[in-house]
Design a protein around this ligand. Structure first.
Ligand SMILES: C[S@@+](CC[C@H](N)C(=O)[O-])C[C@H]1O[C@@H](n2cnc3c(N)ncnc32)[C@H](O)[C@@H]1O
Length: 340
């Protein structure tokens, strides 16, 4: 084989370009989220000086940031005037489909943990667990919850379309329910339903207000605490475990499934949302796994892992619903087997 044919086709000739370009483009996206740049362009294109004035930033700073975002396709430039590219308008502004700008701001905090990735790799996990960091740094919990809220708006229609709540159901348990949007959606769709939501106190700083704004403070109860040792109550018809299992160890998940089974009425429904580690792993899946290593030290699990935990806990085999696009994850719907 010649040297030429051995060369990987997609790498640039300048080796550090492959490090610098994606790193700085990611930093530029995060800065755009922190500054509100995409939102500033949501109504109309702006000339650079007007954009800098609206962001209260230095003209040269905004020029360089906008130029970088244009070269990676997030902005469109015409002379000195910039507008959002369709993708940025759709996903990072209040005028689009879902505003994921809170995800950009969360990424700025996650980046701080990733800067110590080599140490996390040596150690096999973070120095300090994300949930403990959130107790030390008051802005971290709400920033993460706002990002989860954006994702919940995206996932909401999939849940409504795929989760059939039995008629007569009255009690829902939302484990790791964070922002409260999923409990709100189920309570709105099913007027007889009331919900109990358990999460770390750091995740719930804005949840009470969100529930009150929805007029549901009489039907959704918040219980701050660690779900591994909190009292959940019992006799539930539906339990939500949405994007929570990847934050737990295998032993904790096995224990959670057993406790969920006991907390459900026979025939009750467990709704799991996850990013499964089934092969082949996607680039998004591999990146998410490494981010988990640096944040919580936990990992994504396979459908076989879930099948084993659920069977042992007394559930019938789950129905799997892969979501589209695939990076949105998978729903698993499992019913508690009737007691013999
Ligand atoms: C990835 S977020 C998902 C939030 C929400 N369920 C959703 O789907 O949008 C995981 C949530 O689980 C909570 N969580 C993880 N481990 C927990 C634990 N041991 N006790 C209480 N909450 C926990 C986190 O605080 C966070 O709010």
């Amino acid at each position: 084989m010649s040297d030429e044919s051995k060369r990987e086709p997609n790498f640039p000739e300048l080796p550090m370009a492959d490090v610098l370009v994606p790193m700085v483009q990611s930093a530029a996206l995060i800065a755009a989220g922190q500054l509100g740049l995409f939102e500033a362009l949501a109504e109309k294109p702006l000339v650079l000086s007007a954009l800098a004035a609206s962001l209260k930033c230095d003209l040269r700073g905004v020029r360089d940031l906008a130029q970088c975002l244009a070269t990676c396709g997030y902005l469109v430039r015409e002379g000195d005037t910039y507008s959002n590219a369709p993708h940025a308008q759709r996903w990072f502004t209040s005028k689009g489909q879902i505003d994921y700008a809170p995800g950009l701001r969360w990424s700025g905090l996650s980046w701080q943990l990733l800067s110590g990735l080599a140490e996390s790799v040596r150690r096999g996990g973070p120095e300090t667990m994300l949930w403990s960091l959130m107790e030390e740094k008051p802005e971290w919990g709400p920033t993460f919850s706002r990002y989860m809220e954006a994702f919940a708006r995206h996932l909401g229609p999939d849940l409504v379309a795929n989760v059939a709540v039995a008629s007569g159901a009255t009690r829902l348990l939302d484990l790791g329910g964070s922002h409260g949007l999923h409990s709100i959606a189920f309570c709105r769709a099913h007027p007889e339903l009331s919900a109990v939501l358990i999460d770390h106190a750091s995740a719930l700083t804005e949840t009470g207000a969100t529930i009150a704004n929805a007029g549901l403070q009489g039907r959704i109860t918040l219980r701050p605490g660690d779900l591994r040792d909190a009292d959940w109550g019992s006799d539930y018809d539906v339990v939500l475990l949405l994007s929570v299992a990847h934050n737990q160890t295998a032993a904790d998940n096995a224990d959670l499934m057993t406790r969920i089974s006991r907390a459900l009425r026979p025939g009750g429904l467990l709704v799991i949302h996850e990013y499964l580690a089934d092969a082949p792993i996607s680039p998004y899946g591999a990146a998410f796994q490494l981010a988990l290593l640096s944040e919580t030290g936990t990992q994504q699990w396979t459908s076989l892992d879930f099948a084993g935990w659920l069977d042992h806990a007394g559930f019938a085999p789950p129905r799997r619903v892969p979501l589209m696009p695939a990076d949105k994850g998978t729903l698993m719907l499992a019913k508690r087997r009737p007691v013999d």
